[in-house]
Design a protein around this ligand. Structure first.
Ligand SMILES: Cc1ncc(COP(=O)(O)O)c(C=O)c1O
Length: 468
C-alpha cells in the first residue's frame, strides 16, 4: 500500500505526488510561482459538493471544478456506467458509422435543446466545440451559395477557448497578445457590461446592440458568417443580458443572414436552472456549443447542436461536413453523458437550482450589503460573481496593481484559509466567482455563504486597511 500523497507506480515510487507534479506535470494557465510552489495544491478525493486534499483538508467546491461538475463529485452510478461501456465496447468511431451510446446521447441532448436544434456533433472540449461551430458556419455559407461569408463576430472579454480558431473568437486581450497575429476574420463587439439593468431602454436601442449593428454594417453584412455569444457571459463579470437582448441578436442575424451561435459551455446542462441557458434568456440560436456539464466532467466531451435544416442544406449541397476528430463521441464519454443527463433529469437537479436560486440570491445580496468592498453581485441560477472594489462608501475603485494583488494573492490565501475552492478573476473587473455543483442543497448553500462572508471579512480588513 502506498502512503498518502505517494504513488507506488514506476520509477518515482516513494516521491510524493506533489514532487512529481512540480517536476513533471505541465499545469494549465498557471503562474510560475504556483507552478513551482512547494505548497502546490493536490486534490485527492471528491464527494458531493466537497473535495479533500492530500493533507485531509476539506474544501467546499464553490466552482464545481471549472463550472463543470454539475451533478457533484463521487457518483458511483456514473462510474458504473463508464465501466459497463468500456467492457462492452471501448471504442468505435462516428465516422460513417454510429454506436449506441453516441446515438443515445445525441437523441437525449436534441430532445432537451431548444426547438429545431436537432443534430448533435460531438467533439472533446469547449474549444473544439467552438472550432466546429466556426467551421460549420463557414462551410454552410459556402454550400448555401455565399462563400464570401467568412467573418465571425464575438464579444469583448468573452472566453471561447484556446485553440487558434476559438482563441481568435476569445476577446480577452491578455490571452490573445502572445499569439498575435491571430486569425484576421474575427471582430470583437461590445458585451453587455453596464447594460444589465437598463430596463427602461428598449433592448433594440441599447448601445450594446446598436454597436453590433454598426460593426455588421462596417464589415459588410454579406461577409459575416456567424455571431457567437454566451447566454450569460462569464469573463468580464458574469454578464446577465438585459431583457430582450437575445431577441435583438436574433433580429440582427435574421436581417443580415448571419448564423447565431450560443456558446453554452458553461450555461448548458442546468447552470442557469434550465437545460440550456438559451431557454432562460429567450435565445433562439442556430447553433449551440456545449461541453463541461454534459458529463458533469466525469469524462471529456463537447459538441455543437445544429438546426437540422442547416445541416441538411450542407449535406445536400456538398455531400459532407468536412470536419471530424478521432475521439468525437467516444463510447465512454457519451455513455457517461447519458448516465449524467438521465440522473440530472430523474433527480430533478434543475428544479433544485430554480427552487434555491432565490435563497442564494438573497444571501449574496445580504453579504453585499454588509461588505463595503462589494460593488455588485451579478448572476442567475447557480452562476454568480461578486465584483470587488476598494470601498463602496467612498466610491474608491481598486487600481490595477491592487486588483492584481487582491485577485492573485489576497483572495486565494483567504479562500484557502476558509476552505472554499473557487476563483478570483482579474481578467475584467475584480470578481469572486461562485458556481457550486447543481446538487448543492440549502445546507451547502449556507455553508458557501458563510465561507464567502469570512473571505470578504478578511479581504475587507486588508483592503480598507491600506491595501493587501
Ligand atoms: C464559455 C466557454 N467557452 C469555451 C470554453 C472552452 O472550453 P474547454 O476548456 O473545454 O476547451 C470555456 C472554458 O472554460 C468556456 O467557459
Amino acid at each position: 500500500m502506498s502512503t498518502p500523497g505517494t504513488s507506488g507506480i514506476g520509477e518515482g515510487a516513494g516521491r510524493s505526488v506533489r514532487d512529481k507534479a512540480r517536476a513533471h506535470l505541465g499545469k494549465h494557465f498557471t503562474r510560475a510561482t504556483a507552478w513551482r510552489s512547494p505548497e502546490l495544491l493536490v486534490i485527492e478525493r471528491g464527494e458531493g459538493c466537497y473535495l479533500w486534499d492530500d493533507h485531509g483538508r476539506r474544501y467546499l467546491d464553490g466552482l464545481a471544478g471549472l463550472f463543470c461538475v454539475n451533478i457533484g463529485h463521487g457518483r458511483a452510478d456514473i462510474a458504473e456506467a463508464a465501466a459497463d461501456q468500456m467492457r462492452r465496447l471501448s471504442f468505435a468511431t462516428n465516422w460513417a458509422a454510429a454506436h449506441p451510446p453516441a446515438a443515445e446521447a445525441a437523441a437525449l441532448i436534441a430532445g432537451l435543446a431548444p426547438e429545431g436544434l436537432d443534430v448533435v456533433f460531438f467533439v472533446n472540449s469547449g474549444s473544439e466545440a467552438n472550432e466546429s461551430a466556426i467551421k460549420f458556419a463557414r462551410e454552410y455559407h459556402q454550400a448555401n451559395g455565399e462563400p464570401q461569408r467568412t467573418k465571425v463576430l464575438s464579444r469583448r472579454m468573452a472566453y471561447h477557448g484556446t485553440t487558434l480558431g476559438a482563441l481568435s473568437a476569445t476577446g480577452i486581450p491578455q490571452f490573445r497578445a502572445p499569439f498575435q497575429p491571430l486569425l484576421p476574420w474575427f471582430r470583437h463587439v461590445p458585451n453587455t457590461l453596464g447594460w444589465e439593468r437598463e430596463d427602461e431602454v428598449a433592448a433594440g436601442q441599447a448601445p450594446c446592440i446598436k454597436a453590433i449593428e454598426e460593426a455588421i454594417l462596417e464589415e459588410g453584412p454579406e461577409t459575416i458568417a456567424m455571431l457567437i455569444a454566451e447566454p450569460v457571459q462569464n469573463v468580464g463579470g458574469v454578464l446577465v443580458p438585459p431583457d430582450g437582448y437575445w431577441t435583438e441578436l436574433r433580429h440582427l442575424c435574421d436581417t443580415y443572414g448571419i448564423l447565431l451561435c450560443a456558446d453554452e459551455v458553461i450555461c448548458g446542462f442546468g447552470r442557469l436552472g434550465h437545460w440550456f441557458g438559451s431557454l432562460r434568456v429567450g435565445a433562439r440560436p442556430d447553433l449551440i456549443t456545449f461541453a463541461k456539464g454534459v458529463t458533469s466532467a466525469y469524462a471529456p466531451l463537447g459538441g455543437m447542436i445544429v438546426r437540422g435544416e442547416l445541416m441538411d442544406r450542407l449535406l445536400d449541397t456538398t455531400g459532407m461536413f468536412t470536419h471530424g476528430v478521432t475521439w468525437g463521441g467516444h463510447p465512454l464519454c457519451t455513455a457517461v453523458a447519458v448516465a449524467n443527463i438521465t440522473a440530472l433529469r430523474d433527480e430533478d437537479v434543475l428544479g433544485n437550482v430554480l427552487t434555491l436560486e432565490p435563497h442564494l440570491r438573497q444571501g449574496l445580496g445580504e453579504l453585499a450589503a454588509r461588505h463595503r468592498i462589494v460593488k455588485e453581485v451579478r448572476g442567475a441560477g447557480y452562476f454568480w460573481g461578486i465584483e470587488i472594489m476598494g470601498d463602496r462608501e467612498t466610491g474608491r475603485e481598486l487600481d490595477p496593481e491592487e486588483k492584481a494583488a487582491v485577485c492573485r494573492e489576497l483572495l486565494p490565501r483567504l479562500l484557502k484559509q476558509n476552505g472554499l475552492m473557487t476563483r478570483a478573476d482579474d481578467r475584467g473587473p475584480a470578481m469572486l466567482m461562485l458556481s457550486p455543483p447543481l446538487v448543492a442543497d440549502k445546507t451547502v448553500l449556507d455553508d458557501l455563504l458563510e465561507r464567502v462572508d469570512a473571505t470578504l471579512t478578511g479581504a475587507e480588513a486588508e483592503i480598507s486597511g491600506g491595501g493587501p
